[in-house]
Design a protein around this ligand. Structure first.
Ligand code: PRX
Length: 652
C-alpha cells in the first residue's frame, strides 16, 4: 500500500451464521478441545498463543516421526526451523503407514476423466505405483536433492509422481499444465531439473492438450534435463527423442513395488513451487517435509473436519499450492478419500460438478469464488437437477468471496445447512492461516480469524496494529508450513516479505480487522493480479508483451471483473512506425498466451503513445488503474512524464 490514507471500508456485512450445537459437538476440533479441557473457541485461540506447546501437541495427532524433534522451533529471522532434529519423510505418513495398516484397502483417490472414464485407487495400490516409479527414478540416477519437474494434468499420475520423488528425497517442482512451453522452460531452468515427467496429451473441454509437444518445445533450451518420462493418457501420436524420452509404463514394468523411503531431516526440502511476484521472474517457494506435513494436516483435519467416511473434493488443480497441500499431502496424511477430476467445470454441461457430487456422494467441497460465480451465472436450474444432500461442509479459497456468492453457495450448494470455510492463505504460507473452524460463527465475506497457533494482524504503514481500516496484512510469528525461503534468492526473500516490518511476514494483501477481531481480506496491495484465484505478476505480463518485436513498452493493470475477480488490461506503446490495428491486438494477446499460458492472456489491449513513469523509470500502475477506474489520480507532478496520464485518454 503506497498511499498514506487507509483504504475505504466498502463492505459492511452484518449477518452472522452460527453452526448448530449438534454439529459442533461432533467436530474433530471440539474433541481435541475436550481432551485438553478447553471450553470455547476464544479459549482455544488464547491457549494456542503458546505456539510451541500448541504445534508440538497437535503434531502428535498427525505425524509419526522416524526420530522425534529435539526442539519445536528455532527462529532465526527470517528463517524458521520447525521440529528441529526430527528425522522424517512425509511419504511415510502420507502413504507407507496406510498401506501397511488398516487403510490398505481404503480408496485414496477417485478419478474422473473428462470423457467420463473413472478409476478408484486404494492406498495399497497407490503405494505400489509410487514405489515402482520411485525405483525407476533411482535407476535413472535421480538422487536425494535432485530436482524433477512435473508437467502433468489432473490425473492420478500427478500425485504418484510427486510422492515418488519425495520418497527418494528428490525435490519436485510441479508446473501447472495450463502453463505454456516457455513458462515451463523458465521453471525447469531455474531449478536445473534433471528429469521432466509429463504425458502425451490430456482432455480439456472436449479437446486434447498436447503436453508432450509443449514439453519438447520447452526442452529446446533446457540443458539440465537428461530424461523425459512420458505417461500415456490419451494414446495420441507424439514426437519422440530416442535418447531422452522414456515411456512411464516401460520403465516401471520390471520394478519392484517395494521401495525404501529415504530418511530426511524434517527441514530438508520437499518441493519448490513457483509463484508470481512484483518483478518479472517467478519465485521458487521452498517447502520442507516436517513443518509442512504438520501445518497442512492439522489445518485440514480441523477446518474441513475430515472423518473416515468423508468423500472430500478439493476442486483446485494440483499444479497450484491448493492442490499440493489439500489434494495431495494433507488428505493422504489423514487417510482420506479424495476426488480428482481432469476436466473443465462446465464440460459437457454446466452441471458436471453437481453430477460428480451426486455420483460419488461428495461430503465436502472446496473451491474458489470464481467457480462459484461461474455456476451462479448458469443458474440454479443446473444445480436442482442433482441431489447434493450428501454435502456437509463447504470451502472457498483464492480471492475474497463477495457476500452474494457466499449466500448463493450457502443456499444452493449447501442447502442452507453447511458452514462455509473461507480459507485465506498463500503459496508461501503452505497451510491455511486465516480461516474459520467449523465451530466459528461466520460472517459472509470474512475469512474470520487466524487458525489457532497462527498470529495475524493488520498494520498501518508505520507498523502499528489497526482496526476498522484497511492496512497491511501481516503474520507476526512463524507457523509450521512457512516457506523456507526462495530457491537461490535469499535477498529477494528478505526484501519481499521481511523488509517492511521487523521480523514480521508481509503477505502483500490489504485487509481490515473488525471489532470482533474478524479479518476481511480486500485484495492484493502490491503489483500482483488475482485472476480467477491465480496470482499473475503485472510485470510478467508486461515482459511477455515487450518480448514481442513490435512492442516498445507495456503497462499492465487489473480491473475488477464480475466473474474472474480481476481482468487483465494492457497499455502498449508500439515501436516507431508500427501501425496499431485490431489484428495486432489479437497477435499480442496470443503472444502473451504463448509466453505464459492462456490464464495470462490480456482481456483488453490499448495502444498509447506513452505510459506514466516515475523519475526512476518505474511504471505507475496505480495511477493508470485510478485513471481507468475513473478515480482521482492526485498529484502527478513527480512523474517523469506527467502528460502520459492524459495520453491514456487517447488510447486506441
Ligand atoms: O491475495 C490473496 C489471495 O490469494 C493470494 C495467494 O495466492 P496463491 O499463492 O496463488 O495461493 C492461492 C491459494 C491459497 C493471497 O495473497 N487469497 C487466497 N485466499 C484468499 C485470498 N483472498 C481472499 N480470501 C481468501 N480466502
Amino acid at each position: 500500500m503506497a498511499e498514506k490514507e487507509h483504504i475505504a471500508v466498502l463492505l459492511d456485512e452484518k449477518r452472522v451464521f452460527k453452526p448448530s450445537k449438534e454439529f459442533v459437538e461432533k467436530t474433530n476440533v471440539k474433541k481435541w478441545m475436550d481432551k485438553h479441557g478447553i471450553k470455547t473457541y476464544d479459549e482455544l485461540l488464547k491457549k494456542a498463543e503458546d505456539y510451541e506447546w500448541f504445534w508440538g501437541e497437535v503434531s502428535k495427532e498427525v505425524v509419526n516421526w522416524i526420530e522425534p524433534p529435539r526442539k519445536i522451533l528455532e527462529w532465526n529471522p527470517p528463517y524458521a526451523n520447525w521440529f528441529v532434529g526430527a528425522k522424517y519423510n512425509i511419504v511415510h505418513d502420507a502413504l507407507d503407514r496406510h498401506a501397511k495398516g488398516d487403510k490398505k484397502d481404503k480408496i485414496a483417490y477417485i478419478f474422473e476423466g473428462e470423457p467420463g472414464d473413472t478409476r478408484k485407487i486404494t492406498y495399497g495400490e497407490l503405494y505400489k505405483e509410487v514405489n515402482k516409479l520411485a525405483n525407476a527414478l533411482k535407476k535413472l540416477g535421480i538422487k536425494k536433492g535432485d530436482r524433477v519437474s512435473i508437467y502433468l494434468p489432473m490425473i492420478p499420475e500427478l500425485p504418484i509422481a510427486m510422492l515418488a520423488c519425495a520418497k527418494i528425497g528428490a525435490i519436485h517442482s510441479v508446473v501447472f499444465s495450463g502453463f505454456s512451453a516457455l513458462a515451463l522452460r523458465e521453471r525447469i531452468n531455474d531449478c536445473e531439473a534433471k528429469a521432466v515427467i509429463t504425458c502425451d496429451s490430456f482432455y480439456r473441454r472436449g479437446k486434447k492438450v498436447p503436453l508432450k509437444k509443449q514439453t519438447d518445445e520447452a526442452l529446446e533450451d533446457a540443458p539440465s534435463v537428461e530424461h523425459v518420462i512420458v505417461y500415456r493418457r490419451t494414446g495420441d501420436e507424439i514426437p519422440w527423442d530416442e535418447k531422452r524420452d522414456l515411456w512411464w509404463h516401460e520403465i516401471i514394468k520390471d520394478m519392484s513395488d517395494e521401495c525404501e523411503t529415504e530418511t530426511m531431516d524434517a527441514n530438508d526440502p520437499l518441493f519448490f513451487l513457483y509463484t508470481s511476484g512484483t518483478t518479472g521472474k517467478p519465485k521458487g517457494v521452498i517447502h520442507c517435509h516436517g513443518g509442512y506435513a504438520v501445518g497442512t494436516a492439522v489445518t485440514l483435519k480441523w477446518v474441513f473436519d475430515i472423518k473416515d467416511d468423508d468423500i472430500y473434493w478439493c476442486a483446485a488443480d494440483i499444479g497450484w499450492i491448493t492442490g499440493h497441500s489439500y489434494i495431495v499431502y494433507a488428505p493422504l496424511i489423514l487417510g482420506a478419500t479424495s476426488i480428482i477430476y481432469e476436466g473443465a467445470p462446465n464440460y459437457p454441461n454446466p452441471d458436471r460438478w453437481w453430477e460428480i457430487i451426486e455420483k460419488y456422494k461428495v461430503t465436502i467441497l472446496y473451491t474458489s469464488p470464481t467457480s462459484i460465480r461461474l455456476f451462479m451465472r448458469y443458474g440454479e436450474e443446473w444445480v436442482k437437477k442433482h441431489d447434493l444432500n450428501s454435502i456437509r461442509l463447504l470451502g472457498s479459497v483464492g480471492e475474497p468471496i463477495n457476500p452474494e456468492a457466499w449466500i448463493w453457495y450457502y443456499t444452493h450448494i449447501g442447502g442452507k445447512k453447511c458452514q462455509i470455510m473461507d480459507t485465506w492463505w498463500q503459496t508461501e504460507t503452505g497451510q491455511f492461516c486465516i480461516t474459520p473452524l467449523p465451530i466459528t460463527p461466520l460472517k459472509p465475506g470474512s475469512a474470520t480469524k487466524p487458525f489457532p497457533g497462527v498470529s495475524a494482524d493488520v498494520y498501518d504503514n508505520e507498523g502499528k496494529s489497526i482496526k476498522n481500516a484497511g492496512g497491511n496484512l501481516v503474520l507476526t510469528h512463524p507457523w509450521p508450513a512457512m516457506l523456507k525461503g526462495l530457491y537461490k534468492a535469499d535477498e529477494r526473500y528478505r526484501q519481499t516479505y521481511w523488509s517492511r516490518f521487523k521480523n514480521t511476514y508481509l503477505a502483500g494483501d490489504v485487509a481490515r480487522k473488525d471489532d470482533d477481531g474478524y479479518f476481511w481480506i480486500q485484495g492484493r496491495a502490491d503489483d500482483v493480479l488475482n485472476v480467477s484465484g491465480h496470482r499473475i505478476g503485472n510485470s510478467e505480463v508486461e515482459s511477455a508483451l515487450v518480448s514481442h518485436e513490435k512492442v516498445a513498452e507495456a503497462a499492465v493493470i487489473g480491473k475488477p471483473h464480475e466473474l474472474k475477480g480481476e481482468s487483465i488490461v494492457a497499455f502498449v506503446v508500439l515501436k516507431k512506425d508500427v501501425e496499431p490495428s485490431d489484428e495486432l491486438k489479437k497477435e499480442l494477446r496470443e503472444h502473451v498466451a504463448k509466453q505464459m499460458g492462456k490464464i495470462a492472456r490480456p482481456d483488453e489491449i490499448w495502444f498509447v503513445a506513452d505510459v506514466p513513469k516515475t523519475r526512476s523509470g518505474k511504471i505507475m500502475r496505480r495511477l493508470i488503474r485510478a485513471k481507468v477506474l475513473g478515480q482521482g489520480t492526485g498529484d502527478t507532478s513527480t512523474l517523469a512524464n506527467p502528460d502520459a496520464i492524459k495520453e491514456l485518454e487517447k488510447a486506441k
